[in-house]
Design a protein around this ligand. Structure first.
Ligand code: GDP
Length: 195
């Protein structure tokens, strides 16, 4: 995918702050430090547009990035950070639930998981939520360069089993270091927005 335009658009907390131009949206969810910002930067071929390792758990908002005047990437706050207060957890829950339940332009959710680790309880909850709302989901396993290629299959199998993922959910192995998986992921995104 050739990127001709990529820019941060807006941070939204409530539906009245979502963009109104009805471009298809691809959302990203994952625990903090999973490599979500690096993934977004790599997809957009920009070094620092999505802030990597920004204060985990602090920004309880949806960050919208506009790409090629064609789609929005919608970055959810990273979850699972120990120091988040109960109130922040509740705010996160309400914001995400509202988005997933009401957001018509949402075409595909990327559930971002570190390929080295089994999914967390929060990952499983997020997956169950996505299925509950009937949202097409792609599991993106990050940091693929940290696991030998010969072990990829085993790790993917474990992640899918633990999530209780449907066999039809696509899984992409991604590395922000090498760019591996980037084209495959863009192909899945393009297919999703064509539906
Ligand atoms: P976020 O909190 O999910 O946005 O995670 P970041 O994108 O900030 O990444 C967290 C850490 O993991 C940073 O030190 C990144 O450099 C590192 N990281 C992210 N993706 C990869 C990857 O694909 N391979 C390797 N080796 N490190 C990565």
């Amino acid at each position: 995918m050739k990127i001709t335009q990529a820019e941060f658009m807006i941070s939204a907390v409530r539906p009245d702050q979502y963009p109104v131009d009805a471009l298809p949206e691809i959302a990203l969810a994952g625990r903090s430090n999973v490599g979500k910002s690096s993934l977004i930067n790599k997809l957009m071929m920009r070094k620092n547009l999505a802030r990597t390792s920004s204060q985990p758990g602090k920004t309880q908002q949806l960050n919208y990035y506009r790409v090629n005047d064609m789609i929005y990437l919608v970055d959810f706050p990273g979850y699972g950070y120990a120091k988040v207060s109960k109130k922040q957890r509740e705010q996160f829950g309400q914001m995400i639930e509202t988005y997933l339940r009401t957001r018509e332009p949402l075409k595909l959710q990327l559930l971002v998981i570190d390929v080295r680790h089994a999914p967390s309880t929060d990952d499983k909850l997020m997956y169950d939520w996505l299925k509950h709302f009937g949202i097409p989901t792609c599991i993106v396993c990050t940091k693929a360069d940290k696991v030998p290629r010969s072990k990829w299959e085993k790790h993917i199998k474990l992640i899918k089993t633990e999530l209780g993922a449907e066999p039809s959910d696509p899984v992409v192995l991604f590395s922000s270091e090498t760019g591996g998986g980037r084209e495959e992921l863009w192909n899945i995104i393009m297919e999703a927005i064509a539906q």
